[in-house]
Design a binder for this molecule. Structure first.
Ligand code: SAJ
Length: 431
């Protein structure tokens, strides 16, 4: 693992796998990317990129240099000296872990497992998955972990849209089934990532990731509950959080919003909850945060109702224009986006909803079928209410305030009209 003559296989060429493939290719490894979707492998083999954080030029350069190839043929895993598994770990309909992607990847790896290979799971999952789900399938080949092959867990820490912290410069935690496995994982990543953080086991590495994301989910839940409490007390939560954030130590700023989106933060903590239920322990903070975060779409719809009420209007029959449907700013991903919940609730209450999102041209999720409309003055001024749900950077919010008759701001991004309170969920009309 101490030279780049190895061939690196990466299973799953999404927002985790493709950036990793590109970094390994740039470091001089031959990279073989695997994906079940031929549209993805074809696109990459044409030197294109379907991931916002990966410029097509980087893919094209690696293709030209013969460093990167994509395939759907899993039998080629035998060609790889290192195999990184970056497949999705969603929740099932009953909100239990769905490790089916990990299982099918494990079986594909086992099919071509040979001496000298290093296998690394990167998908976020409950502590124990690497040892309990992957290892048995690999050892069915008769090969011995830590002797014939190595097996590690190394959490992905990709923050989509974050140009400062990238795959290359974000410290990389890695923990193996055995000490030799950890050493192999550390040696591999050290070839092309800036900082490696070895830990004592695959469980420690799995738990590290779950703690990171649970930390965020619980703290977002805390500020969202603070928002609900502040509303009852007639205090503005945004002002209070900004003031608390002036404390130079012992405080970390999180902001309330329309709910918890993305395929990580709303999902990952439930992997730990599920595992602990099998051990007869209830993870109370995770469940409580989840309850509160799920309440926020209702809170926002209540604000819309209150704002319309100030103009003797009801939600029912109103035209409501939503600004931003992605789960967070400056990305195109709508998975678990709270905007989907807000739109559904408004439609159920009889509103006719349209939206504008510069990153999301159409919305066909969870029974919603809408296309992004242009952000014209007319679209805003003719709506009975405008609701900001995602604070994309490239929108002129001063214009939104000027053109909207009724404006609800769930992200505290809009400038406040002269003479009105500088904070609050309802920008116009003032009480
Ligand atoms: N959110 C709030 N208030 C906050 C912060 C976030 O309401 O103060 C909301 C966001 O709008 C979004 C959701 O929570 O809907 C998740 O936000 P996020 O910033 O955690 O975004 P993700 O899920 O794209 O990325 C996170 C990573 N984010 C950061 O570290 C900033 C990181 O936790 C993980 O590397 C990544 O998930 C992952 O892959 O696990």
């Amino acid at each position: 693992m101490t030279d780049t003559t190895q061939t690196v296989g990466i299973i799953g060429l999404g927002y985790v796998g493709l950036p990793l493939a590109v970094e390994a290719g740039k470091a001089g490894f031959d990279v073989l990317g695997f994906d079940v979707n031929p549209a993805v492998t074809d696109l990459i083999n044409q030197g294109e990129s379907h991931i916002g954080d990966v410029p097509a030029e980087e893919v094209a350069a690696l293709r030209t240099g013969g460093r990167l190839e994509a395939t759907t043929d899993m039998s080629r895993l035998a060609e790889c000296d290192v195999i990184s598994i970056c497949v999705p770990t969603p929740l099932s309909k009953t909100r239990d872990p769905d490790v089916s992607y990990i299982i099918s990847a494990s079986e594909a790896v086992a099919g071509g497992l040979r001496e000298g290979q290093l296998v690394i799971l990167e998908s976020t999952t409950y502590p124990g998955t690497t040892r309990e789900v992957l290892l048995p399938r690999l050892e069915e080949t008769g090969l011995q972990v830590g002797e014939d092959f190595h097996l590690c867990f190394s959490p992905e820490r990709v923050d989509p849209g974050n140009a400062v912290w990238t795959t290359k410069n974000t410290p990389k935690v890695v923990g193996g089934i055995t000490a030799a496995c950890t050493a192999a994982g550390e040696a591999f990543y050290a070839q092309f990532l800036d900082t490696i953080v070895p830990v004592s086991s695959s469980e420690a590495a799995e738990m590290t990731k779950i703690l990171e994301n649970t930390f965020r989910a619980v703290n977002i839940g805390l500020v969202n509950e603070t928002a609900i409490i502040a509303e009852r007390l007639g205090v503005d939560v945004w002002e209070v959080i900004d003031a608390a954030a002036t404390k130079p130590f012992g405080f970390m700023k999180f902001t309330p919003g329309p709910g918890l989106g993305g395929h990580c933060i709303p999902v990952d903590p439930h992997y730990l909850s599920w595992k602990m239920r099998t051990l007869n322990y209830k993870t109370r903070f995770i469940e409580l945060a989840s309850d509160i975060n799920s309440e926020m779409p209702y809170f926002v719809v209540d604000k819309v109702r209150e704002a319309l009420n100030r103009q003797q209007k009801s939600v029912n029959g109103s035209s409501i224009f939503v600004l931003g449907v992605a789960y967070k700013r400056d990305i195109e991903d709508v998975r678990e986006s709270p905007a989907l919940d807000v739109i559904q609730l408004l439609q159920e209450d009889g509103a006719s909803v349209s939206y504008h999102d510069p990153y999301v041209s159409e919305l066909s999720e969870e029974g919603i079928a809408l296309e992004s409309v242009a952000l014209t003055d007319e679209a805003m001024s003719s709506a009975d209410a405008v609701v900001i749900l995602t604070d994309h950077t490239d929108i002129d919010y001063g214009r939104v305030v000027a053109q909207s008759g009724v404006l609800i701001d769930a992200r505290h991004i809009a400038p406040r009209p002269e003479g009105t309170a500088p904070f609050g969920w309802i920008v116009k009309p003032q009480p």
